[in-house]
Design a protein around this ligand. Structure first.
Ligand SMILES: [Zn+2]
Length: 251
């Protein structure tokens, strides 16, 4: 029975390690999420600014076209002014020229302001573009690191599970069934230390504890159902464990 228990423990060591690696593997992709979120926010911001710039440029072109028409009209008004015969006509034509001049001046002033604003917003967009490119590079590097770690974890799992089927083949079918039902919920094989099941922290019956010492049967904890063994029977206090006081006889 000792062999069977040791095999069950070996299987459990493999399965728990695989579970640990699996947890690490699942947590990895989330590591790039903050960077990805930052990038998405910046990209949205930049898209908004680029759209505003496009709109302003369109407005600028429209205003320039209007301005050109107004200048044509001003020239026409000026030549009309030269052709006036009466004082009344002269007065009206002069007013028209003045009116068109003012309109042109106002529009030129507006255009100048917008052109200046376009220049500075172009510079801001340039800076943002550079910042975004930097983030994209960082994200790509982080994702490459994550991919490498995933690959490494997959290799570790392959190494650890290499002998798993062989171990399972040597374990009694009935105990394997018990083990499989338990391992999905956590730990399947638990040590008993000083009469206490380490799976559920409850004291087992003294008779069962004595049975465990004989290693003739495989026992399950009556409280939690886990396969139990007396720690000192399978894992005698070794040099790498607690150094002092071996209070139990070694098997
Ligand atoms: Zn228990």
């Amino acid at each position: 029975m000792k062999d069977q228990l040791l095999l069950l423990l070996e299987l459990q060591t493999i399965d728990l390690k695989v579970r640990e690696l699996d947890t690490a593997r699942k947590a990895l992709p989330a590591r790039s999420a903050p960077l990805r979120n930052d990038l998405a926010k910046l990209e949205a911001m930049l898209d908004g600014e680029k759209q505003k710039l496009t709109d302003a440029e369109l407005w600028q072109r429209q205003q320039q076209a209007i301005l050109a028409r107004e200048q044509d009209l001003l020239r026409a008004a000026k030549s009309k002014l030269q052709g006036t015969r009466t004082g009344k006509e002269f007065h009206a034509a002069t007013r028209e020229v003045e009116f068109k001049r003012k309109s042109i001046n106002d529009r030129e002033g507006e255009l100048k302001k917008v052109t200046e604003a376009l220049g500075s917003s172009g510079a801001v967009i340039g800076e943002r573009d550079a910042a975004i490119q930097k983030l994209r590079d960082e994200l790509a590097a982080e994702e490459a690191r994550i991919a490498a770690q995933l690959e490494e974890l997959a290799q570790q799992v392959a190494v650890i599970t290499a002998g798993r089927d062989e171990v399972r083949a040597k374990i009694d079918k009935a105990w394997l069934k018990t083990y499989d039902a338990l391992i999905v919920r956590g730990v399947a094989v638990a040590p008993v230390i000083a009469g206490i099941c380490q799976g559920c922290r409850v004291r087992i019956l003294p008779q069962q504890n004595n049975k465990l010492a004989r290693l003739e049967t495989i026992e399950a904890c009556e409280r939690c159902g886990r396969i139990i063994y007396r720690k000192e029977m399978l894992e005698p206090p070794a040099a790498d464990a607690a150094p002092a006081t071996a209070d139990a006889p070694s098997a």
